[in-house]
Design a protein. Structure first.
Length: 735
């Protein structure tokens, strides 16, 4: 770690929201550029900065700051310069000179401890003296909080979130209960709060710690596995292990959480289910609203459905299979239904027929199409020729508050559509589905479409599988592969994988290729060569636009992190014409492919349409785009659905390079060409549905790079981790 101490001679840029700063620091005639999260600094202050020296391709040598300390001036001339630079509101150079002339080297003590004395200075009355004292105290209380947090190895960008949450009360809140951070500040989990608490002298059996540990255990089960609840015994065992305290103490604090309804119990046949209250409420509400929609009479449908289907077949020169006709008729007659099936089974053709029939007969049915992600919505629009929106956009997302996400559309202002089609249902988690159902009024026809064999949602719940398992919602599963789709080895091999059969790996001149590589290094070399030279050269495709690398794992030579570095270096190398921004271990460069890795409901975006400039909030886990520009510490990203988002330093923790992404992160997306780095992972994770999901992401061609043995192991491994949910039982009226 390097350090440099000097006077702030110029602040070229400072973001007041997150503290990102570009400044010049001068010492002994030497001037250096310093960049980083350096909040509350002013020109004229002396600071000691620690960080790493780097060489920027355009701006040259600069210190990337990781921390700083203000050196309080002691000499009268330094104090005058310090006060005169605007560090205290209402005090300029002339006033600073007058104050220091009277109080000299005692000036700062007077302002801090006895500001009433300032009224001795000509032009400062009692009210102004008190205001200067308050301004000085506010500034240095905030700075004191930042320095206080730095003692616990909290990064400045995260410290800013804490200070923004608690303001002047930051230190007092942390001293009283540092575990509040886990509830109040996004990005701080139990482990970080625990480290801070132990550093402050808190004991293992502190009641606040045990309660936070119980909530953490439930949250972690939801985030990492997708559980909506945990069996009581499993919760107690897991929480006791995390907390390393006696079971009796955990039981006592668990009872306190129940009394305050932070957790909710539900009796079930095999024991007691324990929910964090928001997930319990979401599951109960989803079941109630879905059953209510089922009981209502759906929007009018055209009469003589079979005749209408026959006319559609004749007009489009196609022939539906019996199950496809059944799906169309079901969707025309039922108020709620599910159409599910794998690739090539005609879900899109069925949907297009439905939409045309609903348009017929002058019914004037207003139809809304939606999908969970921007890429999925874009694909739905291309397939149907109609506008499809993300769920958040359809519901007019407007921000996040204490009670969760805020949507313009909901119970009090439902969607005006007569028919709503929701695609890629396997990706929809419980809480998003609850928000969606709130906006669907009784009498609206609801058609849910998805592939039940895909990986489940990233968020908690297993909504599509639960609905299918319940038997409460009319469903048709399409299994017959269309003749044209049957010509695709991608489609046929996907169905073979799903049936537990080995895919055909040795076909030539198809859309499904396999390269045998038996080490991680050789896999990584082959993947890089395929993306940079071989596929673009042979198929005349753009490696940045048309190829997506997938891997089952993040770490290792053929994991996402290492592949991203290699592909960035090859496909978007350094250039004096491209600005860069380093955040942690990631170097972003103009032109990079990037992906949002966590929902950020407060991120502001704009989108230019043909008629207007739209504005909104929210970028979501899995959204992909390109870095347009990097300037003054801010980075503008253009996402696939044409939203533009400016990323400040505090937002960059949720952005990653996306030349390669995990298979889980590719859900809901399709890419012209998929290159799959088949490297080993945890045996339970390397399952059939993971391989199936990866293969079905490819639209035109897929290349598997690895060994036949790993392909065979994944095909044979039909193990899927059971998610703890009770939605299917609630839909059956069993709870």
């Amino acid at each position: 770690m390097d350090s440099f101490e000097g006077i702030v001679s110029e602040i070229r840029f400072q973001n007041e929201e997150n503290g990102f700063t570009v400044m010049s620091l001068v010492a002994g005639g030497r001037e250096e550029t310093v960049v980083g999260v350096l909040p509350f600094l002013h020109e004229g202050e002396r600071v000691r900065v620690t960080g790493r020296w780097t060489e920027h391709p355009s701006f040259g040598r600069q210190l990337n700051a990781e921390g700083y300390e203000v050196v309080v001036p002691t000499r009268a001339d330094e104090i005058e310069r310090f006060l005169g630079c605007g560090v205290i509101k209402g005090v300029g150079p002339s006033m600073a000179h007058s104050i220091v002339r009277i109080f000299g080297e005692d000036t700062l003590r007077v302002i801090a401890d006895d500001p009433a004395q300032l009224s001795r200075v000509p032009g400062i009355g009692p009210k102004r003296a008190a205001a200067i004292g308050r301004a000085y105290a506010d500034k240095f209380e905030t700075r004191e909080a930042l320095l206080y947090l730095s003692k616990y190895q909290i990064a400045p960008s995260l410290a800013m979130r804490i200070i923004n949450a608690y303001g002047k009360a930051t230190i007092a809140v942390l001293k009283e209960n540092p575990y509040r951070l886990t509830y109040d500040v996004q990005g701080i989990g139990f482990r970080t709060a625990d480290r801070i608490a132990f550093s402050m002298g808190f004991e293992k059996n502190d009641p606040n710690r045990i309660r936070a540990g119980l909530i953490y255990t439930l949250k972690e089960a939801a985030a990492s596995v997708g559980h909506v609840y945990l069996p009581r015994e499993e919760l107690m065992e897991s929480a006791s292990g995390v907390l390393q305290v006696d079971r009796d103490e955990v039981e006592n604090e668990y009872a306190a959480l129940r009394l305050t309804r932070q957790v909710v119990e539900e009796e079930m046949e095999e024991g007691v289910a324990v929910y964090e209250a928001p997930l319990f409420d979401a599951e109960v509400e989803c079941a109630r609203r879905l059953l209510s929609l089922l009981e209502a009479e759906g929007a009018p449908a055209p009469a003589g459905g079979e005749d209408e289907i026959a006319r559609f077949e004749q007009a489009h020169d196609i022939r539906f299979e019996a199950e496809q006709k059944k799906a169309i008729l079901m969707a025309l007659r039922e108020s709620v239904c599910v159409i599910t099936g794998g690739p090539g089974t005609g879900k899109t053709t069925v949907l297009n027929c439905l939409l045309e029939l609903l348009d017929a007969g002058n019914l004037g049915a207003a139809v809304a199409l939606a999908a969970p992600t921007g890429r999925a919505a874009k694909r739905m629009s291309e397939a149907t020729g109609r506008e499809a929106k993300t769920i958040h956009r359809l519901l007019e997302y407007s921000g996040e508050g204490e009670k969760g996400l805020h949507f313009g559309k909901g119970e009090n202002d439902p969607l005006k559509a007569d028919v709503v089609v929701l695609d890629e249902m396997s990706m929809v988690d419980l809480q998003l589905f609850r928000s969606f159902l709130r906006a669907v009024r009784r009498g609206t026809r609801l058609i849910l479409v998805g592939d039940s064999d895909q990986l489940p949602s990233v968020g908690a719940g297993n909504v599509l599988a639960d609905i299918l398992r319940s038997g409460a919602v009319p469903t048709v599963k399409l299994t017959q592969v269309f003749r044209q789709a049957a010509l695709s080895q991608i489609v046929m091999n996907a169905h073979r994988i799903n049936a537990g059969e080995m895919p055909v790996l040795r076909n030539r001149d198809t859309d499904f290729f396999f390269e045998r590589r038996d080490t991680l290094a050789r896999i990584a070399d082959s993947v890089t060569a395929l993306c940079v030279e071989r596929l673009p050269g042979y198929f005349h495709i753009d490696p940045m636009q048309d190829i997506q690398v997938l891997s089952p794992v993040k770490k290792g030579e053929a994991g996402v992190i290492a592949l991203n570095r290699r592909l960035q270096e090859s496909l978007n190398p350094p250039s004096r014409r491209k600005q860069e921004r380093r955040f942690g271990e990631t170097l972003f460069r103009e032109g990079d492919k990037v992906m949002q890795t966590r929902n950020d409901y407060q991120a502001e975006w704009i989108r230019q349409t043909e008629t207007e400039l739209e504005e909104g909030l929210g970028v979501f886990n899995g959204d992909m785009g390109r870095v347009l520009s990097i300037e003054d510490g801010e980075m503008e990203v253009l996402f696939d659905d044409e939203r533009r988002v400016v990323y400040t330093d505090s937002m960059l923790a949720d952005l990653d390079l996306a030349y390669a992404v995990t298979i889980h992160k590719s859900q809901g997306s399709e890419f012209d060409t998929v290159v799959l780095a088949l490297c080993p992972g945890h045996p339970r994770m390397m399952a059939r549905n993971l391989l199936y999901t990866a293969v079905t992401r490819a639209r035109k061609r897929v290349v598997l790079v690895g060994t036949e043995q790993l392909v065979a192991r994944m095909v044979q491994n039909d193990h899927t981790v059971r998610r703890y949910t009770l939605l299917s039982q609630r839909l059956r009226g069993e709870m």
